[in-house]
Design a protein around this ligand. Structure first.
Ligand SMILES: [Ca+2]
Ligand SMILES: [Ca+2]
Length: 407
């Protein structure tokens, strides 16, 4: 960013080295990893939030696609035929963005992201069969829980419409508690999160494997990280030859930590807005607009980025090919697009000199290590850096600077 103009001097001595040497990056890849818990996928994940669904995006309308994706993983339905249909080579590459893209390529979304045909999932993932689209017959929590559990006991996965426009995948039922994988939040208890009055629409599907036996995770729903302690009792009984019975009881502590992430609505901007980060304190870039989600990159002073959507205090960093993640905007400022720059004068001080070359060198060095979506020059500054006016900013511009300055 132009406010760091004097830093160019520091970088000059390394200028030529920077042109040809890559520095190891500290950023983690954005693809799905083998260890990732697919049950925590949400439609707001920066890796697929902007994936096209025919006039809308997963972030805005992808709750059903995300629920189907979790169901596909939970049921172990991604066989070789499914992987081929999805255009991926293994299940670790699968995510809601991959499934939405498969739907879109088949023309299986109506305009606005509606699923045109229930049977499409079977065409893409043959092990998944659509059983029915119906409405719950129950109207009390207890009977709703029983009705859903009955279907799951028959090997069906159930995706429930909880409020007329939002769908969640049911993970299990314990008594009157219905546990869900919610594509919008990381809340787990359906009745705590949504006002279910009964008669809700639902989808029932079968996969390669039926729903796994579900155990009460002993979770609580709050908006902060919480720790609960559960006492469990183990009883051991030993019978002697004289028919005397001795009972030994031991007590242990088990600690369970659960996290619930509550996010603000996502508002997509009409056009990207450019910001630069102003704080000396490093900030995290998260997969969701919440500090409780996973960090995928680090934001530092002077970094420039474009925002394509906002959610509360957070902005979604947009890269060229995909969005990077969410960062808090409280320590960021919008760049000024009104300033006039002349070719070569990156810091806009009306001179083309060694400081500009330093900024260019730093920009080129960071291109190789920063993730897509973060740079050290704004769009205006990048245009100014193209001193040979060939539409690209690269080593050719450095050579022109050197010829102009070092004579
Ligand atoms: Ca200058
Ligand atoms: Ca150029």
């Amino acid at each position: 960013m132009h406010t760091i103009c004097k830093k160019g001097m520091i970088s000059l001595s390394l200028a030529l080295l920077m042109l040809f040497g890559a520095v190891a990056g500290a950023f983690r890849p954005m693809s799905t990893t083998a260890a990732e818990d697919y049950r925590m996928w949400t439609q707001l994940d920066g890796r697929w939030i902007n994936v096209d669904m025919n006039g809308t995006t997963i972030g805005r309308s992808g709750c059903l696609i995300t629920s189907l994706s979790i169901m596909a993983m939970a049921s172990g339905s991604l066989d070789s035929k499914a992987l081929s249909n999805l255009g991926i080579s293994n299940a670790n590459q699968f995510n809601p963005g991959v499934l939405a893209t498969a739907y879109r390529k088949r023309g299986a979304f109506t305009y606005g992201g509606g699923i045109a045909s229930w049977g499409t999932i079977n065409q893409i993932i043959p092990s998944i069969t659509f059983v029915k689209d119906a409405y719950l017959k129950s109207y009390t929590r207890s009977s709703i829980a029983s009705e859903i559990k009955s279907m799951m006991d028959q090997g069906m996965y159930v995706i429930v419409n909880v409020n007329g426009h939002h769908w969640v995948l049911i993970e299990g039922v314990i008594g009157d508690k219905v546990y869900m994988n919610d594509p919008a939040t990381h809340s787990t208890l359906m009745f705590d999160q949504y006002a279910i009055s009964g008669g809700n629409e639902y989808w029932a599907l079968k996969g390669k494997n039926p729903p796994a036996a579900f155990k009460d995770p002993n979770t609580t729903t709050t908006t902060k990280k919480v720790t609960t302690t559960k006492k469990t009792t183990t009883t051991t009984t030993t019978t002697t030859t004289t028919t005397t019975t001795t009972t030994t009881t031991t007590t242990t502590d088990t600690t369970t930590t659960t996290t619930t992430i509550v996010t603000e609505p996502v508002v997509t901007l009409e056009a990207p807005e450019e910001y630069y980060y102003t704080s000396d304190k490093t900030a995290d870039v998260y997969t969701m607009p919440s500090e409780l989600s996973e960090s995928v990159a680090q934001m530092k002073n002077g970094y420039v980025f474009e925002i394509s959507a906002v959610s509360g205090d957070y902005g979604l960093i947009q890269g060229e090919s995909e969005s990077l993640g969410w960062v808090q905007l409280k320590d960021a400022k919008k760049t000024s697009a009104e300033k006039k720059y002349i070719a070569g004068d990156i810091n806009n001080d009306m001179k083309v000199d060694i400081y500009d070359l330093g900024l260019l060198s730093e920009y080129l060095k960071n291109l190789k290590v920063l993730p897509d979506g973060i740079a050290t020059l704004s769009n205006c500054e990048t245009e100014a850096a193209d001193i040979n006016c060939d539409g690209k900013v690269n080593e050719g511009d450095v050579l022109v600077y050197l010829m102009l300055i070092c004579i």
